[in-house]
Design a protein around this ligand. Structure first.
Ligand SMILES: CC(C)(COP(=O)(O)OP(=O)(O)OC[C@H]1O[C@@H](n2cnc3c(N)ncnc32)[C@H](O)[C@@H]1OP(=O)(O)O)[C@@H](O)C(=O)NCCC(=O)NCCS
Length: 362
């Protein structure tokens, strides 16, 4: 049998038949009501992670029969249209790029009648071999990018890698004069005798949980998608601390998975509201882990930022209160989220982060 070596051959499709299954609709809905955007986005993250790994394995296992693939990162996801719980969800994956040991898989989520683009997401996975506790990354043969679309997707994958590195660097820069003045204003307001604003330090939620074998992937570790879902779910509850209506997801910035999680590990999820702007609520969530018999916590992911929009039942955005950072750390998180949101605004023209919302970004 000939090897699959072109991106066009390394593609999978998964359909969740919501239109014909009451049970599935019940599993996927957030609230038992007729509402737009009433779909559990966390479950979509799980499905995408599994599909990305299945697609990557199609390639990797041709060369290394026993190799596993692990999720290293999930790139920015922008929700383009609200999903409809009464229509099927169609997930289409494709391998865009193979590096030395890493692979980028793009996944597009659509609904039909009419065709609606819900979101696109890019996963980076790494091929690894060896016993679970001492795995090493393995070198992969390069893909053959032959037609224009394959070449274009390859080029875009390289640009995304570069963009992420530039963005990561920008986010850690000291404040500009304009940002300094913004923070100064927020701190001065807190000194007023009648100050009654919302303090960022009060707007957080934490949750501990144990990992069980039911969440394990073929690598005998815990699915990245499961962690992404749990982070998202805590973030939504955190957004509700400030939302006046219903917070729905507009964008997820990148998630990097630094260390594997073993079955039986204890996980600590922490969500904080770090920034608000008009109807947007930015939540930073971190995950840490502690081995079953360990006493020390170690970082599992970089922080992950979720941007929610506070909307009514017709998806009309409603403003939320300004939040006030106090400490240096909270100032830093405030600016990081503001910069990340500005960058997403700059990159996109539509979706739930609509232009009308951008008009007065200050
Ligand atoms: C992903 C992981 C194997 C990377 O380990 P590492 O020691 O950083 O590996 P390397 O530096 O050799 O990087 C390997 C490749 O992955 C890429 N990579 C690693 N981390 C990355 C990230 N966060 N984003 C994008 N690419 C990444 C590197 O660029 C490199 O690519 P290349 O070989 O194609 O040039 C390691 O961080 C890990 O095990 N993470 C947990 C994975 C996991 O269990 N995920 C499921 C959820 S917990």
């Amino acid at each position: 049998m000939s090897l699959l070596t072109r991106p066009n051959e390394l593609s999978l499709e998964k359909i969740i038949p919501l239109s014909t299954s009451d049970t599935l609709r019940n599993n996927f809905m957030v609230l038992d009501a007729q509402l737009p955007a009433n779909i559990r986005f966390g479950l979509l993250l799980e499905i995408m992670d599994t599909l990305a790994a299945d697609t990557a394995r199609m390639y990797v296992n041709q060369f290394y029969k026993d190799a596993v693939v692990v999720t290293a990162a999930i790139d920015t996801i922008i929700v383009r249209s609200p999903a409809d719980i009464s229509k099927d969800l169609i997930f289409k994956s494709r391998m865009n790029y193979v590096g030395k040991t890493s692979i980028e898989i793009g996944i597009r989520i659509e609904q039909s009648n009419p065709t609606t683009h819900i979101a696109t997401c890019y996963f980076t996975l790494v091929a690894r071999t060896g016993p679970r506790d001492s795995r090493v990354s393995v070198e992969l043969p390069t893909l053959e990018y032959i037609d224009d679309m394959e070449k274009r997707r390859y080029q875009k994958a390289i640009e995304r890698k570069e963009h992420y590195l530039v963005q990561r660097n920008l986010e850690s820069q000291p404040p500009s004069l304009e940002e300094y003045r913004l923070l100064e204003g927020l701190h001065k307001t807190q000194e007023e005798s009648d100050f009654s604003g919302l303090l960022a330090s009060k707007l957080s939620l934490t949750s501990w949980e144990r990992t069980f074998p039911v969440y394990k992937n073929p690598n005998q570790t815990i699915f990245g998608g499961y962690l992404a879902r749990r982070s998202y779910e805590l973030s939504t509850m955190c957004a509700e601390l400030i939302a006046t209506k219903r917070p729905i997801i507009a964008a997820v910035n990148r998630m990097n998975f630094l260390n594997p999680v073993k079955i039986g590990d204890k996980l600590l999820f922490k969500s904080n509201i770090v920034y608000t702007h008009k109807s947007f609520i930015c939540i930073e969530t971190t995950i840490s882990r502690m081995g079953r018999y360990e006493k020390k916590i170690s970082n599992l992911t970089d922080s992950c930022l979720f941007t929610f929009v506070n909307v009514d039942e017709k998806l009309k955005p409603h403003p939320v209160e300004t939040i006030y950072p106090i400490t240096y750390f909270e100032d830093q998180k405030y600016l990081e989220a503001r910069r990340s949101l500005t960058s997403i605004f700059t990159d996109i023209k539509g979706g739930l982060l609509k232009e009308s919302e951008l008009a007065h970004f200050d």
